[in-house]
Design a protein around this ligand. Structure first.
Ligand code: 5AD
Ligand code: SF4
Length: 437
């Protein structure tokens, strides 16, 4: 038997890309590939790219520049571009970078094995269709190999919201939900491989409609899966937080008290210009209702500063909303012009104004994050242990609130949920003491 071919995948961007990279590796497994962590060994290199903010394509070209000499060492090496840059600019990349053999969009990667066959004959392969066939059904069942206790599971892709700044509706296409029974089957397969916590993924995951009861209905189905102990989901739009989902946060024990609910801005004028279709007050009322259902919920969010037309007052409104909500953690970005989106046509704000605002917002969000983390000291949490720490005898996992927690513990805690008392606040993690159950 010939030695297996080696596949190196570099993943950029969101968790959905992490999931896609796993599935692409499994698909190419059928063509005899095994994964390697070193590009120098590889017979196939795939860059799974992200297009959400600027410089995405430049990053791809400079990475390709670094990879090019590897073809001199291994003349059989094939290089492919996957993900959202492939979708948006694949043909251009193919034209400009002869080193690229293969371009595959996020909706076509079930066709990778056939594309690999083609490039092995020396041909080029490009597929950025939004095909009718369901890629998840075409892909093989998940591998049964033993894996770590946490996993991502994509349940919904694409977005119909068309926020004025965002490329997702163009790169990932219209919203599509996977049928609930197939998701349950995949969850069962993951649990058989050792998974205890599943994070349901979608660009607009709470718009999931593959179950009559929406995302809450799916969560309740997953609640029945034996051996699955924790459920999370990301990322959500405020307008899709329906009553059943809010209620599930209070009543479903497996659903973790952590919610990523981006608002982007605290100014109604800017929210309107962003085409968000909700107001700051509406968002605050929603947060109140979710917190009434689950008072200890840790909230996370996304913010954009410097959207075209954002005034000092608009920015102050964002700062005020952040003070009103108090986030446990959040992401914030400078507005980045995306070709083809409605906001790209508008006059841009000066860079220094955006930099100042970003710095102030990040300062406030950091304060809130530090305060939230410090408030955990003295509390008892439940930790799903994932792996051994750097120091001997130390194990690391995540609390319900997604804080990283480390504690002295025997190795057999890995893959189990244990009670832990938080005794100290380290910079990016919490120190805990294992409690008897
Ligand atoms: N510029 C800056 N940030 C953006 N995001 C999406 N598009 C842009 C853009 N053009 C941010 C939003 C979104 C997160 C995934 O990325 O905050 O919620
Ligand atoms: Fe982009 Fe999210 Fe808006 Fe959809 S809801 S357009 S993915 S920011």
């Amino acid at each position: 038997m010939s030695a297996p071919k080696k596949l190196f995948i570099k993943t950029y961007g969101c968790q959905m890309n992490v999931y896609d990279s796993e599935r692409m590796a499994e698909a190419l497994g059928g063509n005899g590939y095994v994964e390697t962590k070193t590009p120098e060994d590889a017979d196939m290199i795939l860059l799974n790219t992200c297009h959400i903010r600027e410089k995405a394509a430049e990053k791809v070209y400079s990475e390709l520049g670094r990879m090019k000499p590897l073809k001199d060492i291994n003349p059989n090496l094939k290089i492919g571009i996957a993900g959202c840059v492939a979708q948006a600019e694949g043909e251009e990349i193919m034209r400009r970078a002869p080193v690229v053999d293969l371009v595959v969009g996020p909706q076509s990667y079930h066709r990778l094995p056939a594309m690999d066959d083609a490039v092995q004959t020396g041909a080029k392969a490009l597929d950025t269709d939004f095909p009718d066939d369901d890629k998840f059904e075409t892909l093989k069942a998940r591998s049964k190999a033993k894996r770590g206790p946490t996993a991502f599971l994509t349940v919904q892709e694409g977005c119909d919201k068309f926020c004025a700044f965002c490329v997702v509706p163009y790169t990932r296409g219209a919203e599509v939900s996977r049928p609930a029974d197939r998701i349950i089957r995949e969850a069962q397969e993951l649990v058989e491989s050792g998974v205890r916590e599943i994070t349901l993924l979608g660009q607009n995951v709470n718009a999931y409609h593959g179950h009559d009861g929406g995302l809450a209905g799916l969560i309740w189905e997953l609640d029945k899966v034996d051996g699955l102990e924790r459920i999370r989901f990301t990322t959500s739009h405020p307008n899709d937080m329906d009553d059943a989902l809010i209620d599930a946060h209070g009543t479903c024990e497996k659903l973790m008290p952590y919610l990523h609910l981006p608002v982007q801005s605290g100014s109604n004028r800017i929210l309107k210009a962003m085409n968000r279709k909700h107001t700051a007050e509406g968002y605050l009322r929603l947060i109140e209702r979710i917190r009434a259902a689950r008072p200890d919920l840790l909230l996370s969010g996304d913010f954009i500063v410097g959207f075209p037309g954002e005034t000092d007052q608009d920015f102050e409104d964002t700062m005020q909303l952040v003070r009103d909500v108090h986030y446990g953690q959040a992401y914030s970005f400078k507005y980045s012009t995306r070709p083809g989106t409605p906001a790209a046509e508008k006059p841009q704000l000066p860079e220094d104004v955006m930099n100042d605002r970003l710095q102030r917002l990040q300062g406030l969000l950091r304060e809130q994050q530090i305060a939230t983390q410090a408030s955990m000291v003295g509390r008892d949490v439940k930790v799903l242990f994932e792996k051994a720490g750097r120091e001997a005898g130390q194990m690391i996992g995540k609390s319900e609130y997604l804080h990283a927690v480390f504690a002295e513990a025997p190795a057999d805690v890995i893959g189990t949920v244990r009670r832990v008392r938080i005794i100290d606040d380290a910079t990016n993690s919490l120190k805990g003491e294992l409690l008897s159950q």
